[in-house]
Design a protein around this ligand. Structure first.
Ligand code: UD1
Ligand code: UDP
Length: 389
């Protein structure tokens, strides 16, 4: 029996860790999971825990209002140090590139516990884009023993950094496992506003533009420009509904609300629980985002995405033509969105379903690799190969 400690704490790393926790629990004779929530996020974490029915074995409850990166790092480290001393796991699993991910992997290293990293090998090779995630994930790779790369190009990036090839498994991204389980064409929305926009879409053909933004490197002028573009679009296209679940980060809210509140077709709402979010995405016409996870999910639902960032570590859907990197300039965002809204041919070309990120079996492959690592399975699992769209 091996004890696997999973460490997560924000909305995205928890959504992407959840399918692996579920899969590990299918092997009660072989694995005992010890699920540690750092609670770097609080409300946005609790929303995810309740959707996936996960009760952490330990909740470090570290979130502070407007916490600094140094505070997150030191608070997680001191509490995790104690937790790992007591739990003595055989493997620690972390996901992605948040500060929880990096500190979780470093704490495991200090205890000489092997580390498995989900979503390994994403790179922009630009230290400050995204900030601090590019460095969080590079530092995590340095202490990782089992690298679960979502795609072949992520594996390539790891090989360039001289990671041992045998330690890399191409699994696909577990976000697609979560998405496929959550999308439901008959989903009934609890939220009255969502009921209304979905009804207007079905009845009057009123298209939905779904928006998210939160990245630290976009704080200040870039995020102000993003919001100005959305304001201009909402005035120019009064027959579209703009749905914008606003991240709980006070810095983000301090920029978004003053610019966008009070516009009749812009709906600034609280962060949505996962199922509502992906199902409203499924009804949306277009997405404007700087999120990592949304860039992965939307293409598999055939929804065009304009990514409001300088660079992306997820080039696969850009290459496939389903995602376009547009930056944060207000005029360019407006022009690119308007061009898709006004030109059905252009829109159609972008709206084809592509699935470079996974097939819904990433958690299975991850657990198969962990079983192989511990000698519980003789065969190395086969790599994920995306099907042609
Ligand atoms: C974090 C991650 C980022 C990830 C993002 C996903 C780091 C440094 N950043 O950014 O990589 O893309 O999560 O959303 O790891 N807050 C709440 N309630 C919540 C969540 C946040 O009130 O449930 C507020 C708090 O004031 C908190 C602040 O938002 O201090 C910032 O949270 P933090 O985790 O530091 O950074 P994010 O910007 O959320
Ligand atoms: N998401 C959600 N509710 C929302 C907005 C996003 O559940 O209101 C989900 C989304 O489906 C995706 C994840 O949160 O799986 C992305 O998280 P976020 O954009 O906060 O972080 P990133 O992926 O950029 O690290």
């Amino acid at each position: 029996m091996k004890t696997i400690a999973t460490i997560f704490g924000t909305r995205p790393d928890t959504i992407k860790m959840a399918p692996v926790i579920v899969e590990l629990q299918k092997y009660p004779e072989e694995f005992r999971t010890f699920n540690i929530a750092t609670a770097q996020h609080r409300q946005m974490l609790d929303q995810v825990l309740s959707v996936f029915n996960i009760t952490p074995d330990l909740d470090l409850n570290i979130m502070l209002p407007q916490q600094s990166l140094a505070q997150i790092t030191s608070n997680i480290m001191s509490k995790l140090d104690e937790a790992l001393s007591e739990a003595k796991p055989d493997l620690v699993l972390v996901q992605g590139d948040t500060t929880t991910t990096f500190v979780g992997s470093l704490a495991a290293f200090y205890h000489k516990i092997p580390v498995g990293h989900l979503e390994a090998g994403l790179r922009t090779n630009d230290k400050f884009n995204p900030f601090p995630e590019e460095i969080n994930r590079r530092l995590t790779s340095a202490v990782t023993d089992l690298h679960f790369a979502p795609t072949a190009s992520a594996k390539k990036a790891l090989l360039k950094e001289h990671i041992v090839p045998a330690s890399i498994f191409i699994t696909g991204n577990t976000v697609i496992d979560a998405l496929l389980a959550a999308v439901d064409p008959d989903y009934s929305f609890n939220d009255i506003l969502l009921q209304r926009v979905v009804e207007e879409k079905k009845r009057d053909g009123k298209n939905i533009v779904l928006i998210t933004t939160h990245r630290r490197e976009n704080w200040g002028e870039p995020m102000t420009d993003i919001c100005s573009a959305i304001k201009k679009l909402s005035v120019h296209y009064p027959k579209l509904n703009f749905v914008f679940p606003v991240h709980l980060n006070p810095v983000v809210r301090g920029i978004v609300f003053p610019i966008l509140q009070g516009l009749s077709n812009v709906f600034l709402i609280e962060p949505l629980e996962y199922k509502s979010f992906v199902n409203v995405m499924n009804y949306s016409h277009l997405l404007l985002t700087d999120s990592g996870g949304v860039q992965e999910e939307a293409p598999s639902l055939g929804k065009p995405v304009l990514v409001m960032r300088k660079v992306t570590e997820r080039p696969e859907a850009v290459k496939a033509g389903a995602v376009k990197l547009v930056g944060m300039n207000s005029e360019i965002i407006f022009k690119e969105a308007a061009s898709l809204i006004d030109h059905p041919k252009k829109y159609k070309a972008m709206a084809s379903v592509v699935n470079p990120y996974g097939d819904g079996k990433a958690a299975q492959r991850t657990v198969a690799a962990i079983r192989y690592f511990f000698g519980m399975a003789k065969k190395r699992p086969k790599d994920f190969i995306p099907r042609r769209a």
